[in-house]
Design a binder for this molecule. Sequence first.
Ligand code: NPQ
Ligand code: MG
Length: 373
Amino acid sequence: MNLRGLELRRIALPLVSPFRTSFGTETARDVLLVRAAGDGAEGWGECVAMSEPLYSSEHVDGAAEVIRRFLLPEVVALAKAGELTVPRLESSLERIKGHPMAKAAVLTALLDLSLRESGTSFGTYLGAVRPTVPAGVSVGIMSSIPELLDAVDGYRAQGYVRIKLKIEPGWDVDAVRAVRERFGDDLLLQVDANTAYTLADARHLARLDPFDLLLIEQPLPEDDLRGHAALARLIRTPVCLDESITSARAAADAIALGATSVVNVKPGRVGGYLEARRVHDVCAANGVPVWCGGMLETGLGRAANVALAALPNFTLPGDTSASDRYFARDITEPFVLDDAGHVALPTGPGLGVTPDLDYLTEITTATEWLPLS
Ligand code: NPQ
Ligand code: MG
């Protein structure tokens, strides 16, 4: 891999509608892209951090600063030694603590560059076993139940095979009951609390038991593994961790404690696609099914997620929605649902999608060139 430098590009991509979760409402996606410039070829990585540290501790300005001040020098050192490969860089980056989303963006840009150079697709590299993956959709908190039912109806009409409702105290049991009553027992349905509850809410959350949910995602704080284990013993709905799963080791610990019986895999949260594959592997070894989460990715991040979601232990539909779930216009060729409610893995080299440079220019809010020398 012959790397000339990294370009940091910040874009503001409008959302089709505001997305409300227990931690806030987003109206546009503020995305940091990393472009790895080689000789001719280039690779792209998307940083999934939000503008503010509301989902996890990272945020976009912080990620950009970490990349330019702390990650770039590690890239430079390996390149100078003629030892720049993605696995080597991943180990070098271990001395920089935390910042998995910043690391994932850089590692993914370099992985994309090297796979484009060798003509290998992300899916082939990661070990995909399916050409398409089932698409679920995450439905934000609404201002009324009729509005929620309309939204779910629309997504079902589009072909989504699984619905995830965002919940918080005051928007949980009634919303789930209304959706279950309206759409019937066959609908694959799950909920995501993004840490909005405490263990004292266990009796309340047990009121979700009759609705046959696939899982409840991250009801308690990120660092509360024992709380999740205790909650799992008090409710029938399977507990699935998202925010808490920061590495393959954290996944193994959570499983050993009985804190999670399903795992949401998000590459940005664990520091990239190599660690995401290790999370998949450790869950598979423990008989724990996984699914691919989403962070409102553009077509670049979505391409990599869809490839990951085609690994064998991804046995539940992911938040691998079509591009138009979030964006009227994506920055790459859009991901679309097929007749079975699946999205197809790109088959070309690397991510297999290309950003539209004219559109990128239109929505770019800042760029910065970080040369290797
Ligand atoms: C989750 N995602 O599973 C996240 C959380 C999330 C698809 O539900 C801007 C950027 C807004 C990232 C809102 C889904 C976001 C975001 C929610 C991530 O917990
Ligand atoms: Mg989640």
